[in-house]
Unconditional design. Structure first.
Length: 397
């Protein structure tokens, strides 16, 4: 069986269209890493004296500033950050408190302090709320908005630390913007769409089906080779991104809670994960999406008669859930469509479903992730079974 799987993998990697798609994928990787790893907004930093740092110097300075507040994230910590910001960057602090724009190159630890700053007319807002019979959470003893208003505090405290590298890693790999996960799934579709259909087009299906293991192990080997290819693509990209971000930023802040990673908007997500665990969870979701995609594409490859028709049908099946979901408002069907690979690889939105969804389908924090895993397993078994039967019972000419 291992020899058969190795042979099928070799056939996949030798196809010109697969080689070309992998080369294009590496090019996309280069572009994304340039944007997210080497030239993002945190590779420049403004010093209190007005000087500007760039590249590694800016990264190290941002890490040093964040390190001052590392540890338990409390209202006192926020107050200290605000006080330091006011002292070190008085002009930007004034702009922040008067709803004006601040310098984009400020140290990342100070970039999101505006969410804790009450508006100037806070007393008027409080009075109006009281008159209307509603309540507003009081300010902390430091005159700031409490972190409890944003975060579902559990036992103990959330841990704050440097999170820039983890934020950009996550966003480039499986976030809500342009990520490497979507091109990776497209490459999987291109490669797996030829697994069975190419045998039809080259008239080798009859030869395979008349061999000793042609109707059993050979089909299983094709399916396993498809899943291994998907795993190699996703795993290879993950290792590449880990190495690149690790060399550029190091691994500072791996144990920081995701709720304090303000760039990812996970403050209200009731899942106790640190940055490292979040990245691993993102990998698992993207891998599940890859297996889901490979399973369905292999099925279509066994049913259709040519590689081109298999590729077109598989690509349409891949993109339709995204199109339909964008057309829908918040409802159960829109939530269910989040399970499909093209939507599931937006792990940021998946983790926020229990907050944003108005249905009870994802009422528990881990419900979306568990749903993706269960559905992927079901699709894997069902698609593999149908593909096995379809190719085995194919009428050769």
């Amino acid at each position: 069986m291992l020899r058969m799987i190795r042979f099928e993998l070799q056939k996949i990697f030798e196809r010109a269209i697969v080689i070309g798609s992998l080369a294009a994928l590496l090019l996309v990787c280069f572009v994304l890493l340039q944007a997210y790893c080497f030239n993002n907004s945190r590779t420049t930093s403004l010093l209190p004296d007005g000087a500007n740092l760039s590249g590694r110097e800016a990264i190290l300075y941002n890490q040093a500033v964040a390190k001052k507040y590392a540890g338990d994230f409390t209202d006192k910590t926020v107050a200290q950050m605000v006080a330091d910001f006011a002292e070190e960057y008085p002009q930007d602090f004034y702009a922040l408190t008067h709803d004006e724009g601040i310098n984009a190159s400020l140290p990342s630890a100070y970039s999101y302090l505006s969410i804790f700053m009450p508006p100037q007319n806070y007393e008027e807002i409080l009075q109006e709320a009281t008159e209307q019979g509603s309540s507003i959470s009081p300010l902390t003893e430091y005159g700031l908005i409490s972190i409890a208003d944003y975060m579902p505090l559990a036992d103990g405290f959330f841990q704050y630390g440097y999170s820039d590298s983890w934020e950009f890693f996550f966003m480039s790999f499986c976030g809500s913007t342009l990520t490497i996960a979507i091109p990776a799934l497209i490459v999987i579709i291109i490669a797996v769409s030829t697994v069975f259909s190419s045998e039809y087009s080259m008239k080798t299906d009859a030869l395979i089906l008349t061999t000793k293991h042609g109707k059993s192990k050979q089909i299983t080997a094709k399916l396993l080779a498809s899943f291994i290819f998907a795993t190699l693509v996703i795993g290879g990209l993950f290792i590449l991104f880990c190495a690149t971000f690790g060399l550029q930023y190091g691994f500072v802040g791996w144990n920081t809670d995701i709720q304090t990673n303000f760039g990812l908007s996970f403050m209200a997500v009731e899942i106790p994960l640190n940055n490292l665990q979040l990245i691993i969870l993102g990998l698992m979701v993207v891998w599940a999406a890859g297996i889901f995609t490979a399973s369905v594409t292999a099925l279509l490859s066994a049913i259709t008669k040519t590689p081109f028709s298999s590729l077109i049908v598989a690509f349409m099946v891949f993109v339709v859930p995204r199109i339909i979901r964008q057309m829908l408002t918040q409802n159960l069907l829109r939530d269910i469509l989040s399970i499909f690979p093209i939507n599931a690889v937006n792990v940021q939105e998946v983790l926020r479903l229990p907050i944003n969804s108005q249905s009870v389908f994802y009422q528990y924090p881990y419900a979306p992730v568990v749903s993706i895993g269960i559905v992927t397993l079901m699709v894997l078994v069902l698609s593999s079974t149908i593909a096995h039967i379809a190719f085995r019972n194919h009428q050769t000419i």
